[in-house]
Design a protein around this ligand. Structure first.
Ligand code: GCO
Ligand code: MN
Ligand code: MN
Length: 389
């Protein structure tokens, strides 16, 4: 491999314990890889050059662990972090695997389940803070329905808001340096999930008690499942100052959550995403929430992890080429040219401006007849990506 594409700490590439540690079982087949311990997964990530490792509470400490088991797992994990230099920048709660959450956690109809979800999350937040996490993700894997008759969706929104307000207060009370990032998904594992898109969460955040503590964690696969343009969701989050984290992976449109290696399927979308993140100077983790194909052993898992990071870095280089390509930049300059003839109509409203604009005569036919050269531009992008310019 060329050195040019070697991951460095400043690239902030992270993986979850549940990603490289995914043993490959699916709804139709059993695990194909042995389960590795959290510490061993940290060593694997150190070997491939990642910056950090993220975890759900139960990726690290099984839900039934005794205090002695907990202490020994944590000790080995901390030793592995110290030995590899890996950070643990993000943590989260598993609020979906245990049967207690089969009908939701914060939005369950059962007040006892909702309270248990808060209890479990506070303990998990303590664990994340102990290991240095600064972002805490909420993915509501079971917050939804199969049966609309069973749940009131407005109550679901209110329960979720109450939970986040409570947990923001908890974080402030403990003095933790922790921000929340909400991760949307349209469906799977529930028939329909509440807050199906990043946009839905962006609307919701401003209804919270401490909106400044809460942002989003958009995931490529989740917006693609809904047939949406992921980069646009990321752009809206960025523009709102809410891009606190990002889950990178890939998959075909309108499928289940395939969680493939970054760039495995839609290279052009991946390119524009990387270009966006680099152009705006996004400084957070580039987290790969994906896993190796079920065909792979642990060597294949390393290929998967290296591939995610390498593709990101190659696309980053392509973005720099895009910025330096005279023909592309010349076309863009033409496309975005402004002759100043509309300057008098720009900016804030005034009655005089509105009257002048209403009285102005436009060359509507001429404006509509202009060719915009997007065919040429898009082909130049294709050729750049295909490596011939
Ligand atoms: C999924 C989600 C999860 C979350 C994870 C962290 O579709 O399973 O993407 O992987 O990202 O639970 O919150
Ligand atoms: Mn996902
Ligand atoms: Mn995710």
């Amino acid at each position: 491999m060329s050195d040019q594409y070697q991951p460095q700490p400043e690239h902030k590439f992270t993986f979850g314990l549940w990603t490289v540690g995914n043993p490959g079982g699916d709804a139709f087949g059993e695990d194909v890889r042995p389960q590795l311990s959290p510490a061993d997964l940290v060593y694997l990530l150190g070997e491939v050059g990642a910056y950090g490792v993220n975890f759900h509470d139960n990726d690290l400490i099984p839900i039934n662990a005794t205090p002695a088991e907990r202490a020994s797992i944590l000790k080995a994990f901390k030793q592995a972090l110290a030995a590899t230099g890996l950070k643990a920048p993000m943590a989260t709660t598993n609020l979906f695997a245990d049967p207690v959450f089969k009908d939701g956690a914060f939005t369950s109809n059962d007040a006892r389940v909702r309270a248990y979800a808060l209890h479990k999350t506070m303990h998990a937040i303590d664990l994340g803070a102990e290991l240095g996490a600064e972002v805490y993700v909420f993915w509501g894997g079971r917050e939804g329905i199969e049966v609309d008759a069973a749940k009131d969706p407005v109550a679901g929104i209110r329960y979720f808001r109450d939970a986040l307000n409570f947990l923001c207060e908890y974080v402030k009370d403990q003095g933790y340096n922790l921000k929340f990032a909400l991760e949307a998904k349209p469906n799977e594992p529930r028939g329909d999930l509440f807050f199906p898109t990043t946009g839905a969460y962006l609307g919701f955040i401003n209804t919270l008690q401490y909106p400044e503590m809460v942002g989003v964690n958009p995931e490529v696969a989740h917006e693609h499942m809904a047939g949406l343009n992921f980069m646009h969701a990321v752009a809206q989050a960025w523009e709102a100052g809410k891009l606190f984290h990002i889950d990178l992976n890939d998959q075909n449109y309108a499928r289940f959550d395939q969680d493939w290696r970054f760039g495995a399927q839609n290279l052009k979308q991946a390119f524009f995403l990387v270009k966006f993140l680099e152009d705006v100077g996004y400084a957070g983790s580039r987290h790969f929430d994906a896993h190796a194909f079920r065909t792979e052993d642990y060597e294949g898992v390393k290929d998967f992890a290296r591939g995610c990071m390498r593709t990101y870095l190659i696309l980053k280089e392509k973005a720099a080429r895009f910025a330096a390509d005279a023909e592309i930049q010349g076309l863009l300059a033409e496309i975005h040219a402004d002759d100043g003839s509309m300057d008098a109509f720009k900016g804030a409203y005034t009655a005089a401006k509105a009257a002048a604009l209403k009285a102005h005569t436009f060359d509507r036919i001429g404006l509509g007849a202009r060719g915009l050269q997007y065919e040429k531009l898009d082909q130049l992008v294709n050729e750049l990506l295909l490596g011939v310019r």
